[in-house]
Design a protein around this ligand. Structure first.
Ligand code: MN
Length: 743
């Protein structure tokens, strides 16, 4: 089908250019469908104009163009054309019509994009803005929705100067707080940077101009610096026979603005103002190129980062180092492969660009699942800011986002009820709750709201307060605590009665039930030991369920034994009778520790024990049992201290814990002492890759002019595995010595 654009000559250029790009592409697009989507959108937007005076259709066309440049698929391009047709057109269409004409996927994408328009960040606090970002991710059940939304926002920002001032500011704010961070989390650097720069130019035009001027002056002064450095580096890389692309750049206005104004740095303190980027074919060449750079220039200590072995949570991979250039000017060097570069520039969307055809969606889901895996095993190698951001990526997470009638967004754990929602707003709202509405319809208060629902809590001052049954219905500990709080305060006489009955019931279960006066003595002593002012406080606590019964009953047992002295009866623990557990050596995390039940076990960072090592446990204050190697200097020193005597426990590996062989990896640190050699780092990483060893962290330190220390953190199965890694690393040329543990 040929598109007749003769009626609107000024839109011809945009759409024809886009269609010719699509036709020329190697990807399998459904061109007929794309053209139909365009024509339908054009007919619906007929007679509509943007504030700038252009026909409205120019906006969806521009968005579709950006969507195409990201490498998204046919349905995404169609949705881009149609994204404003459901709400903003004079002759509105509906999601159902779109479903009939363009299929489920296009309709679902447009629906997701339409729902996002309800979100408004003005006058919101930071916590709520974070909820909005998360909600956007949660609402777009298909991640393509977010991608298209970012393209839509980018075009709106590019054309923002046509809008009146208050609208400009609101849109720029929303972009800075919501959309740029989202682009960052999805690893879409190019879009993120453009959004930030555009937003800044509206939010602080003076600061923006100041920094742009600085950059111009600075860049003007050293105009040839980047070019000269590039030429010099290129010459050397060629000598090594590396196939590479070199880019030079100056930092973006926004990133410099942020450093100067937020971190209060002067222009001279910005080390990475200049940067060059080396893009090579293979991972191995990355390390070789790094060696070349460190040979040519003096590096600034503490600024080498290996994001290849330890990618950032948004999948970013690269080597970073900062070196001093020829005129004493510091500059940053980033080294990565072509594929890593695509991911860095376009984020997750880059994978679409590379893989055409089916299964791309599953692939992205997998990639995101991989992100969440990375976060689980996070080991400190990822910088905190990114780690925190990554934690909040919640496409898969277990939260529901619900609007208040005012448009605030409340985040609740999945399956939370309307009662939880009421208590999340305020305890008074919960305590006076008599009913609720979801999207304007009355709903039972134990109903579970869905993301995107607008919930209104109906309250009455005549309410008699929460019901005890609510404790069984609510999902959040916050709501439960607030309900208990209310009972503690409002229902003391009633609680005391319930508590008395409960404690009597427990005590009557002993083989020799205590007499009434013994009960009094036992309860009074237990109350005192539990830090209660009197017995009524204890009864009250048990009655409103504020104290765990297991804690109370173990104290009761102790006092029972003291008061009743049941000579012939072996000691019976009430908690044991109630739960039916048998006391035994407890195992956790593949470890058996004597005399410690149900404790968390963690591995001491000082010696990183591995299965096969002789080990010992130390009872920490509040952090469970810490496992050390028996010959760990800290363990030896600790056991010598009399005050720690009863805190050191026998521990051993539980060989039955992973009978099917699915053993976990244990982190272990290594220090390689070596003579510095250009191939050393790549030899080490290649050896690890050959052995399929999981590299968790890598760091280098200069010891003398010619000697360096490479600190590695790797994943090990057990001591044998460790020894095999060790002997392989020892065989690498220039390696002199390897120590276990990182100092
Ligand atoms: Mn739009």
């Amino acid at each position: 089908m040929a598109i007749n654009t003769r009626n609107e000559p000024n839109e011809l250029a945009g759409i024809e250019k886009l269609l010719s790009v699509i036709r020329a592409s190697e990807k399998r697009y459904d061109i007929e469908k794309i053209e139909r989507a365009y024509l339908y959108a054009r007919s619906l937007h007929e007679g509509q104009y943007r504030v700038s005076g252009e026909p409205y259709i120019s906006h969806p066309v521009a968005v579709a163009e950006i969507v195409t440049s990201l490498g998204l698929d046919t349905d995404s391009i169609c949705a881009a054309f149609l994204h404003d047709t459901v709400e903003d057109c004079p002759d509105k269409t509906s999601i159902d019509i779109l479903k009939n004409r363009f299929g489920e996927d296009v309709a679902m994408l447009v629906d997701g994009l339409t729902k996002m328009k309800a979100i408004n960040v003005e006058d919101k606090e930071e916590a709520n803005i974070e909820n909005i970002r998360k909600m956007l991710l949660a609402m777009s059940k298909d991640i393509r929705v977010i991608f298209i939304k970012l393209c839509d926002r980018l075009h709106n920002m590019r054309t923002l100067d046509a809008k009146p001032e208050p609208k400009r500011r609101a849109t720029a704010l929303e972009t800075m707080y919501v959309y740029a961070p989202l682009a960052h989390r999805l690893g879409m650097q190019r879009i993120k940077q453009e959004l930030e720069n555009l937003a800044l130019s509206y939010l602080d035009p003076i600061g923006y101009a100041e920094v742009s001027d600085y950059i111009e002056t600075k860049y003007g002064q050293n105009q040839n610096f980047i070019e000269n450095t590039r030429a010099y580096v290129a010459e050397k890389l060629e000598e090594y026979g590396i196939h590479f692309t070199l880019e030079g750049r100056v930092k973006t206005v926004y990133s410099i603005y942020r450093k100067m104004f937020r971190q209060n740095k002067s222009f001279d303190e910005i080390y990475d103002f200049y940067a060059i980027r080396i893009i090579v074919d293979t991972e191995l060449e990355c390390y070789t190129a790094l060696g070349v750079i460190h040979e040519l220039f003096k590096s600034i200590p503490g600024r080498f980062k290996d994001y290849i072995s330890t990618p950032k949570p948004n999948m970013y991979q690269s080597l970073h180092t900062t070196v001093i250039g020829r005129d004493g000017i510091p500059f940053e060097v980033q080294i990565r492969t072509r594929e890593m570069h695509q991911v860095a520039e376009y984020g997750i969307a880059a994978h679409w660009k590379y893989k055409s055809g089916a299964s791309s969606k599953e692939e992205i889901d997998q990639k995101l699942a991989w992100i969440s895996k990375l976060i689980d095993t996070e080991s400190g190698a990822i910088d905190t800011e990114d780690f925190m951001h990554a934690l909040k990526i919640d496409i898969f997470s277990d939260e529901t986002f619900v609007f208040t009638p005012k448009g605030d967004v409340i985040a609740l754990p999945v399956n939370s009820t309307l009662i939880d929602f009421a208590y999340a707003i305020h305890s008074e709202v919960g305590n006076k709750m008599v009913g609720a509405k979801i999207n304007g319809m009355i709903a039972p208060i134990d109903r579970v709201p869905q993301t995107g629902d607008i919930v209104e809590v109906l309250t009455s001052s005549a309410s008699k307060g929460p019901s005890r049954d609510w404790l069984k219905i609510v999902k959040t500990s916050e709501a439960r605590a607030k309900i208990r709080q209310w009972f503690k305060k409002e229902k003391r006489p009633e609680n005391i009665k319930i508590g008395q009955d409960e404690i009597k019931r427990v005590l009557s279960r002993y083989r020799i039930p205590p007499t009434d006066s013994q009960v009094e003595e036992i309860v009074a002593a237990a109350a005192k030991k539990l830090g209660m002012a009197d017995v009524d406080d204890l009864y009250n606590a048990v009655g409103y369920n504020g104290s765990a019964m297991t804690k109370v009953s173990s104290k009761l047992t102790q006092e029972y034994e003291r008061v009743v002295k049941p000579e012939d009866n072996p000691i019976t623990d009430v908690a044991e009778i109630e739960t039916g557990t048998i006391k035994k050596r407890k195992s956790s995390g593949g470890i058996i520790v004597d005399g410690a039940d149900g404790c968390e076990v963690k591995f001491a960072k000082c010696c990183n024990p591995l299965p096969g090592d002789e080990i010992i446990g130390f009872v920490t204050k509040g952090y469970g049992i810490s496992i050390h190697k028996r010959d760990c200097p800290n363990a030896i020193a600790g056991q010598a201290k009399p005050e720690q005597a009863d805190r050191w426990l026998h521990a051993e590996w539980d060989n039955d814990e992973y009978p099917t062989g699915g053993k976990p990896l244990y982190e272990v640190g290594l220090q390689i002492y070596a003579e510095n050699d250009i191939r050393l780092l790549s030899n080490v990483t290649t050896a690890l890759a050959d052995m399929k060893v999981t590299l968790i962290g890598i760091n280098t330190k200069k010891r003398t002019e010619s000697d360096i220390i490479i600190q590695l953190t790797v994943g090990c199965k057990n001591i044998d595995h460790y020894n095999s890694i060790l002997s392989r690393l020892r065989s690498i040329p220039h390696v002199e010595n390897i120590e276990r543990g990182i100092s």
